[in-house]
Write a protein that binds this ligand. Structure first.
Ligand code: ADP
Length: 261
């Protein structure tokens, strides 16, 4: 490949997108994809033109969360059509996987190739928002994504309240600092559990880690989202929580979190 040509293609595509938001997390399983999907759906429902790019190479969960079965991608060598879910344009590394049970065994350069193709070759068109569900951590993959996107609006960092996760989120914050990536805010997910029987909020993990971290680093704190079994069920069912449980308290909290974005 010709790196300069690729770079130009990516820049041309990305120039048509007003807001480019990377959703990051220090580690996997904290709800990064859940936040990315619900953010994208909420923005699309509000009438914005939205693209959702899932480049979580090791655990692409966007197809499941949006109920997208096996798809045959269409396009040419240089242009790939995104998959439309309602008005949302979606591209996921999961679409390249023939069998959901088989993980990708790709070496670094192949992963980078796919990431560059998804940014440069997908026919995103003119968008108000591109939400990028990044691989977890602060390694090569999230690094190259963040570097390939010129003038990103910033990053949303998702964490859980445990101390360990908080150490990871500090790394994510430093990562953004080094890349001069603005931090749009921190989301503290799985923060407490509302007992469905008595309504009492139980702090299963230590609560408040994300909030104090945001204060320490002087970045916005977007809010807390409790553990809600309905969120997990919605993810598995392929109907985004923010749509399927629009009237719930958790959806209200989720809306408050994504409102400032
Ligand atoms: P990540 O992208 O960080 O790996 P996911 O968004 O895939 O994490 O979430 C991991 C799992 O946790 C999924 O099964 C999801 O349904 C579930 N989950 C995420 N947030 C919540 C929540 N607030 N309450 C209950 N389950 C959640």
């Amino acid at each position: 490949h010709n790196p300069e040509e690729e770079r130009r293609k990516i820049n041309d595509r990305m120039a048509q997108v007003k807001h480019k938001i990377c959703v990051l997390s220090g580690k996997g399983g904290v709800g990064k994809s859940t936040v990315a999907v619900n953010l994208a759906v909420a923005l699309a429902e509000a009438g914005r033109r939205v693209g959702l790019l899932d480049v979580d190479i090791h655990g692409p969960s966007v197809p499941t969360m949006l109920g997208i079965g096996p798809v045959l991608l269409t396009g040419t060598n240089e242009s790939i059509q995104p998959v439309c879910v309602g008005s949302l344009n979606v591209m996921s590394v999961g679409f390249l996987c023939e069998d959901a049970d088989n993980p990708f065994i790709w070496r670094g350069p192949m992963k980078m190739g796919v990431i560059r193709q998804f940014l440069g070759d997908v026919e995103w068109g003119e968008l108000d928002y591109l939400i990028v569900d990044c691989p977890p951590g602060t390694g090569d993959e999230p690094l190259s994504i963040c570097q390939l996107i010129e003038e990103p609006s910033g990053a949303v960092i998702v964490t859980t309240p445990q101390q360990v996760a908080a150490v990871d989120v500090r790394k994510s914050l430093r990562f953004c600092e080094k890349l001069s990536m603005p931090v749009l805010g921190i989301v503290e997910n799985m923060s407490g559990f509302t007992c469905p029987k008595c309504g009492e909020v139980l702090d299963i993990f230590l609560s408040g880690g994300g909030e104090s971290m945001a204060a320490d680093f002087g970045v916005p704190f977007l809010g807390k989202l409790p553990i809600d079994p309905a969120v997990g069920r919605a993810c598995d069912s392929g109907r985004p929580f923010i749509q399927s449980h629009a009237a719930s308290e958790t959806a209200r909290l989720l809306n408050d979190i994504i409102e400032p974005l």
